[in-house]
Design a protein. Structure first.
Length: 164
């Protein structure tokens, strides 16, 4: 019976059972909240990754729009340059046509003077220069002739010079 007493000591069994239960309770008190916290963190991390993937898609769409806008702007700038050159050429041709005619004639009508000065005001900012500039200088020295009904009794200019 001594052996039975040694192996079956109820106090000792209760002590160890209590110790094991205490360890399990403490572990449960730590592990269960820690598990719940890690589960929430995992869900938050998953949501953040989904949001980042969605934002990445949106950023790709915006980048595509920006790239298309740059292409559109380049095309627009090219079109503007073409229109500018075409406008410059048309104005230059008209100025030279009037200048050649009036220089050859040796005088300029008031209406021609006004028209050529208006054209010149638009020609210069577009980058016009060279031979046309020399022709304008020559035109501005020509005497002006008025049609009978054009100026009535007002003071008349003698040469074609632009507004100053």
């Amino acid at each position: 019976m001594v052996l039975a007493k040694h192996y079956l000591d109820v106090d000792e069994i209760l002590y160890w059972a209590g110790a094991v239960l205490t360890i399990i309770a403490v572990a449960s008190a730590i592990i269960i909240p820690l598990y719940r916290m890690l589960k929430k963190y995992g869900e938050a991390l998953k949501h953040t990754q989904e949001t980042l993937e969605e934002q990445s898609g949106i950023n790709a769409q915006y980048q595509q729009l920006i790239d298309e806008s740059k292409k559109d702007r380049a095309k627009l700038n090219s079109d503007i340059a073409i229109i500018k050159r075409a406008t410059l050429t048309q104005i230059k041709l008209e100025i030279n046509k009037i200048a050649d005619k009036t220089i050859e004639r040796g005088w300029i009508l008031n209406e021609e003077c006004e028209r050529i000065e208006m054209l010149w005001e638009n020609y210069q900012p577009l980058g016009g220069n060279g031979i046309t500039t020399r022709k304008m200088t020559d035109v501005r020295t020509l005497p002006i002739r008025y049609r009978a009904s054009s100026k009535g009794g007002t003071k008349q200019r003698t040469t074609c010079e632009g507004e100053k």
